[in-house]
Structure formats: structure tokens, C-alpha cells
Design a protein around this ligand. Structure first.
Ligand SMILES: C[S@@+](CC[C@H](N)C(=O)[O-])C[C@H]1O[C@@H](n2cnc3c(N)ncnc32)[C@H](O)[C@@H]1O
Length: 256
């Protein structure tokens, strides 16, 4: 470990006892979620419904894990699909550059597969017109429909390192079903990222027009899933570093 990395580790250990910083982050999370802050960003021209901190965490994870397939539930406007595609393109570019080769954009090796129950025509069109569309595949249907699960499992065959991101319907029942269906596809050493676990930490009733709330959300699903799947653990170092995240307790690393 370099001196710089050691200093970073030490700083992160100190953050845990910095009450003021932790409380400020929590206060920002609460008020920014109420203000729909995550709807304000774009990734390479497509609206992405994420916090910038989680976007940076995804970059660090993709660079470290080097997946060749990312499976995502919840496409919306396509921003997170394009984010994944761009991170995978950078890995392909880095591999080619290391070997002193030119990257052939017509044969993208690493790909992203998105699933959404309702891919709006204008979103599909914009995603397919994006310069990175060549490495994006989309399936329309519920992520918990057995036929979709089968299609995704078939698509994942032949890939060596698979990462999964769950960001669709945020009820306990739905996310637990997604975890049971897609976590087995995650490679050892890779991650299943479960977004919006933060709902459990918010005041009850914050989402009056939604089916999820405190007690019924991705974090409660993760808790149930982890109790029966010791091969996955929460990577707490990620949320300790981010401080502001919609996925506290949701960065699940597969260890066996
Ligand atoms: C929060 S948005 C996804 C945001 C996207 N990942 C991003 O970062 O830009 C949730 C999406 O999940 C989709 N969705 C809701 N229920 C679903 C289901 N049962 N299966 C698949 N997708 C679903 C919605 O249509 C919506 O587009």
C-alpha cells in the first residue's frame, strides 16, 4: 500500500467518529431525497436517477472488478445503462491500450443488459441512438417474470465476470425476488448493488404515492436475503467513504 493509500485509509477510519460530518451527511440525505435531488443529473446526455456519490462508487467498483457483463434492472431514461456502458468501454479501451492494440468499436467485448417493465418509446429511441448503444441490450418485462429471468440467465452464459445492479420496483417482495433470481449470476469477487436501501432510514410516509416505505423496501429485502446467503456480505467500506448514498447496506460483495 502506498503512503497515499495508507493516509486515505486512516482518514476514512477517522470519519466514522466524526459525528458532525456523519450528521451533516445524514441531514443532507434526508432533505435532498425530499427535494428529488437524484433526478437532476445526466450521464453522457441521458438523465440518470442516481446520486453523484453512487456514480463515483460504481466507477471505482467497475474499475476494480473489471466485469464483462453488467445486468441492471430499472432502465427509466437510460442514464445508468449509459453509465455502465461507458465504464465498460473504458475497460475495453484500457485493455487494448495496455496491449498496444487499437480498440475495434464494432466488436464491443463488454456489455450491459437492462431490464424494465416499461421502456418508453422515446427513451428506447434515445438509448439506441446513443454512441454507446452498440454495447447495450434491453429486455422489456418485469424483472421477476420467470421468462425474463430465464432470458437473462441465458444471456449471462459465456461471460466470466458479472455484476448486477437492482433499481426497479423498490418493494421488499420485488427486490427479494430479484435478489433470488439475479444474485446467483454475480461472479465471486463481484457485486450486486441494491439501490434505494436508504428508504428504510428515511422518515415513514415520505413516498405516499409508492408501494414502498419504512419496513417494506430494498433494505428489508437485503436483510432477509443475507440471512440465507452467507456467500454475500455488505461492503461497508463503500458507504463509510461515500457518506451520502442511496444504497447504505446495499453494496453486496460476493465472497464465495
Ligand atoms: C428508479 S427508475 C431506474 C433508474 C435508472 N436505473 C437510472 O439510474 O437512471 C425505476 C425503473 O424501474 C422500472 N420498473 C418498475 N417496476 C419494474 C419491474 N417489475 N420490473 C422491471 N422494471 C420495473 C420502472 O419502469 C422505472 O423505469
Amino acid at each position: 500500500m502506498s503512503d497515499f493509500e495508507k493516509e486515505t485509509q486512516q482518514r476514512l477510519r477517522e470519519v466514522r467518529s466524526n459525528r458532525r460530518l456523519v450528521d451533516d451527511a445524514r441531514a443532507f440525505t434526508n432533505s435532498s431525497i425530499a427535494a428529488k435531488y437524484s433526478y437532476n443529473f445526466q450521464w453522457q446526455g441521458r438523465p440518470i436517477i442516481q446520486y453523484p456519490q453512487d456514480i463515483v462508487a460504481m466507477q471505482e467498483l467497475v474499475w476494480a472488478v473489471r466485469p464483462d457483463l453488467i445486468i441492471e434492472t430499472g432502465i427509466a431514461h437510460g442514464g445508468s445503462l449509459v453509465l455502465s456502458a461507458s465504464l465498460l468501454a473504458m475497460l475495453d479501451y484500457a485493455d487494448a491500450a495496455t496491449k498496444g492494440e487499437l480498440l475495434d468499436p464494432r466488436a464491443p467485448r463488454r456489455r450491459v443488459l437492462g431490464i424494465d417493465i416499461d421502456i418508453r418509446a422515446h427513451n428506447r429511441e434515445a438509448i439506441m441512438a446513443h454512441p454507446l448503444a452498440g454495447r447495450i441490450d434491453m429486455l422489456q418485462g418485469s424483472s421477476t417474470d420467470p421468462e425474463i429471468i430465464e432470458q437473462v440467465a441465458r444471456a449471462a452464459r459465456g461471460y466470466q465476470r458479472v455484476m448486477v445492479c437492482l433499481d426497479s420496483n423498490h418493494t421488499h417482495e420485488h427486490v427479494l425476488a430479484e435478489l433470488l433470481a439475479y444474485a446467483p449470476l454475480v461472479s465471486v469477487g463481484s457485486y450486486c448493488v441494491v439501490f434505494d436501501t436508504v428508504i428504510e432510514d428515511m422518515p415513514a410516509g415520505l413516498y405516499p404515492d409508492r408501494d414502498w416505505d419504512v419496513g417494506d423496501n430494498p433494505k428489508t429485502a437485503v436483510k432477509t436475503f443475507l440471512s440465507g446467503h452467507p456467500g454475500f456480505v455488505v461492503d461497508e467500506a463503500i458507504e463509510a467513504k461515500l457518506l451520502i448514498t442511496v444504497a447504505p447496506g446495499g453494496y453486496l460483495r460476493r465472497i464465495t
